[in-house]
Design a protein around this ligand. Structure first.
Ligand code: B12
Ligand code: SF4
Length: 590
C-alpha cells in the first residue's frame, strides 16, 4: 500500500465505534437502505470532495473505516490511524447516527497526531458546530453547509501554507486564544454544475491505493454495484421529521432554494456510469421537483442514447400519466420508488406529504400500464398522529394493493422505523411539542451516550403523543412480520426467505425483551454483567439487527448477470490525469 504524502484523509466512521465488542441490538434501522446498521455507507459528497480537491491540486484519500471493520473482525483502526500523517484528517458527521463513531475516530486521531488538524463536516456537524467545538477538544474545525468543496480547498491551503482561516467561508474553528469563531456561511452555490460525482475518479483511486474496501460504499457493493446520481442539494418540501427539508436547509445551511444539477449534465452522469457499470442507477431527488421542464429536458437527453441499465426514479409526489409516459418513452428500463409513509391520509398529511390515496393508486396503475419494471413503496413507523393500530392498518392497505395489482407481481412494499434518531434541525426536532413529539435527547453528548445503549429502543431519541418507544419498536416488528408473510403469500419472496426473516425477527423480539428485563435490574454492575452475557457484538449484529423485517436482497432492482464493463474500466484506469485548476478565492453567494 502506498503512503505517499497526503493532503486530506477522509474517514467514514461506523455508527458505533465498538460495535464488534459491545453487545447491542441496533434493530431494523437499516433494513430498507443498502447499509448494515453500522451505516457503512459514506456520504456521496466524499466523492465530489475528492474529485474537486484533486482537480485543484490536492491529494485526497478516502478510507471507509466502518467497512474495513465490518469486513475484518480483527482490523486494527488505531494502527491505520497511527501510520497515516496527512496534512489534515476529515471525518463525516453527516448522519447523526454516526455521532459516537465520528467522535471516537477524532479522539484516536488526536491521541496519535496531536498536531494534525481534524475537520468535521456534514449536515449533523453543521447543525451542532458550536457545541462540537465547545465540548470536544479533539475536533479543530467544522466545515458547515451542504457544499463544502470550495471552502475545504481553501482551508487546506491555509493549513498547508500557514495563515488565518478567518476568511474561509462556512468555517467554525477555535482561534489562537481558544475562542470559537464562526465565519459566515456564504458559500452556497446556486447550482451543482461545478461539482461531479465521477465514479471513474473513484476507480482510479482504488487502484492508486490498492484499496477496494477503503472505497467500497456498502457491504455487498461489488456483487450489486448500484450507483446514484444527484439532481440537487436541498429540497422544496417540508416533511416534518426530515433534516433535509427546505426549512432545515434554510436554517442550517443558509440555502434559500435547492441547487440543481443541469439536467443535461445529469444525463451525462448516467451515461458515464453506464459506460462502466451495467447495474441499476438511482436518481436521487424527484426529477419533476424543479419543474416539469427540468424533468422533460433530462428525459429528452436520455432518449438520445438508450441504455440498458435499470434507472430508478424517486418521486416526492405521484407523477402524472403524461410525465410517466415521457419516462416510458425515454428510458428502456425504468423503476419507481415513492414513500407514502402511511396508508392514513391524515398521518401522511401531518408528516408533510401532500397527496391522497387515489392519486397514489392512479399513479401505480399508470406506471404498471406503461411498463415500470418495479415499484417500491416505503412506509414508516414513528410518524405524527400514527398509533400502534394505524401501523398495522398500513399493512392491511398493502394487502389491498397487492391484491389489486396481483398480476403485476413487482409492487414491493416496505415498512421501517424512523430511527435511530429524529433528524436534528427538522421541524419536529426544533418544536417537538407542537407536533406531538417528546424529544428525549437534544445535545450531541446525549446522543453519543444514547448510542451506547444495549438496544435501539433506548437509542431512539423520541416518542410521540400516540406511541411510546415500546410501541414504536414493537409495532415495527409486528408490521414487519405481517408484511413479510404477505410478501410470501403474494410470491414476492420465496418461502425460505420469508421463513428466515421471520426467524430472525422472532429472535430479535425475544432478545429485545430479554434486554428490557435486564435494564430493569437496579444494581448497575449486575446489569452490566448480564448485558455482557447476552451475546457478542458481532453476533448480535448478524442475528438480531440485519434483515429482521425484510431481507436486504429485496431492495435490489433488477440487474444483469455481468454488472461491470471490465474493458471500459481498464481503459479509464489508463487515462492520464488532467492538469490542475487553481483554487478560486472568491465564493458563491446565496
Ligand atoms: C440520498 C440520501 C440518502 C442515500 C445515501 C446517499 C449517500 N451515500 O450520501 C441513502 C438512501 C442510502 C440514505 C440513507 C440514510 N439516510 Co439519507 N438522505 C439522503 C438525502 C435524500 C439526500 C442527501 C444529499 O442530498 N446529500 C447531498 C449533500 C447535502 O451531502 P453530500 O454531498 O453527501 O456531502 C456534502 C456535505 O454534507 C459535506 N460533507 C459531508 N461529509 C463531510 C465530511 C467533511 C470532512 C467535510 C468537510 C464535509 C462533509 O460536504 C459534502 C460535499 O459538499 C437526504 C435528504 C436531503 N434532502 O438532504 C437524506 C438524509 C441525509 N438522510 C438521512 C438519514 C437519517 C439516513 C439514514 C440514517 C436513514 C436510515 N435509518 O437508514 C441512512 C444512513 C445510511 C448510511 N450512511 O449508511 C437524514 C439525515 C439527518 C441527520 N442529520 O442525521 C437526511 C437529512 C434526511 C432523511 N431523513 O432522509 N440517505
Ligand atoms: S423527506 Fe420530504 S423534505 Fe425530506 S428530502 Fe424527502 S421530500 Fe424533501
Amino acid at each position: 500500500m502506498t503512503t505517499a504524502p497526503m493532503d486530506l484523509l477522509l474517514l467514514h466512521p461506523p455508527s458505533l465505534y465498538d460495535f464488534r465488542k459491545r453487545p447491542g441490538i441496533h434493530g431494523p434501522i437499516s433494513d430498507v437502505v443498502p447499509s448494515t446498521p453500522i451505516f457503512e455507507m459514506y456520504p456521496i459528497g466524499f466523492a465530489s470532495l475528492s474529485e474537486y480537491l484533486e482537480r485543484h491540486g490536492l491529494n485526497v484519500r478516502i478510507i471507509n473505516v466502518a467497512m474495513k471493520m465490518l469486513k475484518d473482525e480483527t482490523f486494527d483502526v488505531e494502527r491505520l490511524i497511527r501510520k497515516h500523517k496527512p496534512v489534515a484528517f476529515g471525518i463525516d458527521l453527516h448522519w447523526m447516527a454516526h455521532v459516537q463513531g465520528a467522535l471516537a475516530l477524532a479522539e484516536i486521531i488526536k491521541r496519535f497526531h496531536p498536531n494534525i488538524p481534524v475537520i468535521l463536516g456534514g449536515l449533523s456537524a453543521t447543525y451542532f458546530h458550536q457545541e462540537i467545538l465547545r465540548q470536544y477538544p479533539f475536533v479543530d474545525f467544522v466545515m458547515r453547509g451542504d457544499s463544502t468543496e470550495v471552502p475545504l480547498a481553501q482551508l487546506l491551503q491555509i493549513i498547508k501554507k500557514g495563515g488565518d482561516p478567518k476568511n474561509v467561508p462556512n468555517l467554525t474553528y477555535r482561534d489562537s486564544n481558544h475562542e470559537i469563531q464562526i465565519n459566515p456561511l456564504t458559500h452556497v452555490p446556486e447550482n451543482l454544475d461545478e461539482i461531479t460525482i465521477d465514479y471513474s475518479h473513484i476507480m482510479k483511486k482504488v487502484v492508486r491505493y490498492i484499496d477496494p474496501t477503503g472505497y467500497q460504499p456498502f457491504k455487498d457493493w461489488y456483487t450489486y454495484p448500484v450507483t446514484a446520481v444527484f439532481t440537487c442539494r436541498g429540497c422544496t418540501y417540508a416533511c416534518r421529521t426530515c433534516g433535509g427539508s427546505a426549512q432545515t436547509f434554510r436554517n442550517i445551511a443558509n440555502r434559500r432554494k435547492p441547487a440543481y444539477r443541469n439536467p443535461e449534465l445529469l444525463a451525462q452522469d448516467i451515461f458515464n456510469v453506464s459506460d462502466h457499470l451495467l447495474a441499476p442507477v438511482m436518481i436521487i431527488g424527484d426529477i419533476f421537483q424543479p419543474g416539469e421542464e427540468y424533468g422533460f429536458t433530462f428525459l429528452r437527453e436520455m432518449k438520445r442514447k438508450p441504455i440498458k441499465n435499470h434507472i430508478a426514479f424517486e418521486f416526492f409526489v405521484p407523477p402524472t400519466r403524461a410525465q410517466l409516459e415521457r419516462i416510458a418513452d425515454s428510458i428502456l428500463n425504468f423503476n419507481i420508488e415513492i414513500s407514502p409513509e402511511s396508508h392514513d391520509e391524515e398521518v401522511r398529511k401531518a408528516f408533510g406529504r401532500p397527496y391522497n390515496n387515489p392519486s397514489l393508486e392512479n399513479m401505480l396503475e399508470d406506471a404498471i400500464d406503461l411498463g415500470s419494471k418495479r415499484i417500491d413503496l416505503f412506509f414508516m413507523t414513528g410518524l405524527p398522529k400514527q398509533t400502534y393500530s394505524s401501523v398495522l392498518k398500513t399493512v392491511d392497505y398493502c394487502h389491498s394493493l397487492l391484491e389489486r395489482f396481483r398480476s403485476y407481481n413487482k409492487l414491493i412494499p416496505f415498512i421501517s422505523p424512523l430511527a435511530p434518531f429524529l433528524d436534528p434541525g427538522s421541524a419536529v426536532f426544533e418544536a417537538p411539542e407542537r407536533y406531538g413529539y417528546r424529544l428525549l435527547y437534544r445535545t450531541v453528548e446525549e446522543h453519543r451516550q444514547a448510542s451506547l445503549s444495549p438496544s435501539w429502543k433506548y437509542i431512539l431519541n423520541y416518542e410521540t403523543e400516540w406511541m411510546t418507544r415500546d410501541e414504536i419498536v414493537y409495532s415495527t416488528y409486528e408490521a414487519g412480520k405481517r408484511l413479510n408473510r404477505l410478501k410470501a403469500q403474494f410470491a414476492l419472496i420465496d418461502p425460505r426467505t420469508a421463513a428466515s426473516v421471520e426467524a430472525r425477527l422472532e429472535g430479535s423480539v425475544r432478545m429485545m425483551k430479554e434486554i428490557d428485563r435486564i435494564m430493569a435490574v437496579s444494581d448497575p454492575r449486575e446489569r452490566e454483567r448480564l448485558l455482557g452475557s447476552v451475546s457478542s457484538g458481532s453476533d448480535a449484529l448478524r442475528h438480531y439487527s440485519m434483515s429482521t423485517i425484510c431481507e436486504k436482497k429485496e431492495l435490489e432492482w433488477p440487474t444483469r448477470f455481468i454488472r461491470m464493463n471490465f474493458l471500459k474500466i481498464f481503459k479509464t484506469l489508463l487515462m492520464r490525469r488532467k492538469p490542475n485548476v487553481p483554487i478560486p478565492s472568491s465564493t458563491g453567494a446565496p
